[in-house]
Every structure is written in structure tokens, then in C-alpha cells.
Design a protein around this ligand. Structure first.
Ligand code: ZN
Length: 226
């Protein structure tokens, strides 16, 4: 199992030049997806206008499939307001763009779990577009068109503050306390941190019919089933 730190490190380079609010949101998206059992990598963040033009040429004047309809300056990536993601496979290296994959076996496609979390954080999803669907893409536009951005307009301080409040409110609104049930009956309260659930051992073990003792000398919690 990959740790959250290992997962986050994979995205460090792509997060670097993003707008601070988008960067905070993308970081939160990595954390919240991980908590749902879906490790992701931000594969692309800020893209220069020259890089965007090179990408636009692909499938037009250069080889390869068309991957964007945006020329340099007309993509939110060019202003650090967009990013693309992929699923990170358990080997910690391979990426997947398989939208039907259910790696955590919870009956929900991992891709859609990420999209749900991104929406809550205030992102617009490229998969919702009608003309050219861009499934790995999320953006936060602050109501600005790329023409306005190209002309030098930027999100206001208030807009950025509101976006950050939303990103952080989401965290406190969804705190990490969890209820643990056994056969439908509550037996304990615990905490979820990243992919790990912390629970009082005695409450859980005794509910399962085990006896709990603690040996201070060896600092060992011993469970014995009868
Ligand atoms: Zn994109």
C-alpha cells in the first residue's frame, strides 16, 4: 500500500507553478481521493504558451492524435488554472486512464470518485464538456474567459479567498471521525487518516469475541480468541 506521502511526491513537479488556489485544490484532491482508496497523480499543471502551441500542432501539422482544441493562450493550463490527472496503479509507477477501473473494489469507478471530490472542491470537469470531452482535465476559471486572462485579468483577491475557504471548509465539514459498526450495530468511534482507520482495539476486539491484554514490557497488545 502506497503512503499518502509517496503518492503526493509523484505530483510535486506538476503542482509547482499552479495558481495558489488551484494548487491547494489539487493537493486536497490528491488527499481526498487517497482517503477513498484512489491514489492519483497530477500529470500536468501549468503549461507555457509555447508548450500549448506544440500540443495543438499534434494531430494537425505534427504526428499523433489530436489532444486539445486550444491554441497557445486559450487554455486555462496557460494561466495555472487547470490540471490533468491519472490513476496511480499499486506498483507506484504506472498510470492508468481506464475510466471503468475499480481498484479499491467499492463498486464505484475510481475515475468518478475523483470527479466527485473535484466538484466538491469547486473544479469544473472536462468530461462535462459537450464539444470536446477532456476526461483527465479539471479547471477553476473564476468566471474568467481565456480571452480575459490573455488580456491580463486575474481572479480577484476575494475570489481566491472564497475558493480557498471552500477547499478548506470541505475538510472541516468532512472531519476524519468515523463510526465503526459490527453487523449493523455501532461498536466504536474511530479516526480515519489517509488510508488508515484508527479505532480503540478493545472495543473492536471484544465485540468480535476476543480478549485483550497488554504487556508493557514488550509493548504488545495481545488479542486472544476463545
Ligand atoms: Zn487539461
Amino acid at each position: 500500500m502506497l503512503t499518502l506521502d509517496q503518492v503526493k511526491r509523484k505530483s510535486a513537479a506538476s503542482l509547482g507553478k499552479l495558481h495558489p488556489a488551484v494548487q491547494a485544490g489539487a493537493t486536497k484532491l490528491i488527499e481526498r481521493s487517497y482517503a477513498r482508496g484512489v491514489p492519483i497523480v497530477i500529470t500536468q499543471g501549468m503549461r507555457s504558451i509555447a508548450e500549448q502551441n506544440a500540443l495543438y500542432a499534434q494531430g494537425r501539422t505534427k504526428k499523433g492524435p489530436i489532444v486539445t482544441n486550444a491554441k497557445g493562450g486559450s487554455s486555462y493550463h496557460n494561466y495555472g488554472l487547470a490540471f490533468d490527472f491519472a490513476l496511480l496503479l499499486p506498483d507506484g509507477t504506472s498510470l492508468s486512464w481506464d475510466m471503468s477501473r475499480d481498484g479499491d473494489k467499492d463498486g464505484a469507478a475510481d475515475w468518478q470518485e475523483v470527479v466527485q471530490e473535484a466538484r466538491k472542491l469547486g473544479f469544473e470537469w472536462g468530461g462535462d464538456w459537450t464539444s470536446f470531452k477532456d476526461y483527465p482535465h479539471f479547471q477553476m476559471t473564476f468566471g474568467l474567459t481565456t480571452e480575459q486572462l490573455r488580456a491580463g485579468r486575474r481572479p480577484t483577491a476575494q475570489q481566491v479567498q472564497d475558493a480557498l475557504a471552500r477547499i478548506n471548509a470541505n475538510e472541516s465539514g468532512n472531519n476524519n471521525e468515523v463510526i465503526i459498526t459490527l453487523n449493523g450495530h455501532k461498536i466504536a468511534e474511530g479516526l480515519m487518516d489517509g488510508g488508515t482507520t484508527y479505532a480503540p482495539v478493545r472495543a473492536v476486539a471484544e465485540a468480535l469475541g476476543a480478549e485483550v491484554t497488554y504487556d508493557p514490557a514488550s509493548r504488545t497488545v495481545k488479542l486472544v480468541t476463545r
